[in-house]
Design a protein around this ligand. Structure first.
Ligand SMILES: [Zn+2]
Length: 227
């Protein structure tokens, strides 16, 4: 149900739980998870008590960068390894799309620019991420089964119980330091299939910058896309 307290609209989700939890979704909507029979007045006074926190979180979500719609126009900028590079449209260029400190796209290929960029990002992500996975596997003795680069939007990486690692090609838009964090995170899942304190302890021991990298992804992640 949707209700309103003090001009803040919120989603109320009741279930067989004992405590009440507030959360702000990525699209800046407040959700309240509450026990089945908790009176509405109690819920609303809880919201009132947390108003500062709620307003701060909503403002944070609203100010996060979002991916702009790409026009594939001259001078437009594209992320690669944590930096943005301009696009040049060339009449003379004989290939399709190439990267040499800038992206160069052949003028006659503009119609399929998005497809070409995706293809370039996928291929580059596979090369960069494979190299990092192999580096950390060698160094720490991890044994994985296979590595796949996918078009996943909601997760940067995953690891299943068969030891298959998957990474989103969008990850290659992030700085190498952040890529390394995601790689270490997934490799540690080969030992711990959860996000338990033991899992995080191991991640931080192998990669002390893990927390800054997580924060970077949270802040910049939504902008790392081609829409
Ligand atoms: Zn994980």
């Amino acid at each position: 149900m949707t209700a309103k307290a003090l001009d803040i609209p919120y989603q109320l989700v009741r279930s067989r739980r004992r405590t009440t939890a507030l959360m702000i979704s990525p699209d800046a909507v407040l959700t309240v998870r509450a026990p089945l029979h908790l009176p509405l007045a109690r819920i609303e006074s809880l919201i009132t008590a947390k108003l500062d926190w709620i307003n701060r979180k909503i403002a944070e979500q609203r100010s996060r960068p979002v991916a702009g719609v790409k026009l594939f126009a001259e001078g437009e900028r594209f992320w690669y390894l944590g930096a943005e590079y301009a696009l040049k449209i060339s009449d003379e260029f004989k290939g399709s799309l190439v990267f040499e400190n800038e992206f160069v796209l052949s003028a006659r290929e503009r119609g399929r620019a998005k497809e070409l960029f995706e293809w370039w990002y996928k291929r580059t992500a596979r090369r960069v991420i494979t190299e990092r996975v192999e580096f950390f596997s060698r160094q720490e003795g991890f044994r994985y089964n296979a590595l796949k680069v996918t078009g996943a939007r909601r997760r940067w990486g995953s690891c299943n119980t068969q030891g298959n690692l998957s990474f989103s090609w969008r990850l290659v838009m992030a700085p190498l330091e952040v890529i390394d964090y995601v790689v270490v995170h997934e490799l540690v899942h080969l030992e711990h299939c959860d996000h338990s304190p033991r899992f995080w302890h191991r991640v931080r021991a192998l990669y002390p910058q893990a927390d800054q990298c997580r924060l970077w992804l949270k802040t910049h992640g939504p902008a790392l896309d081609l829409v």
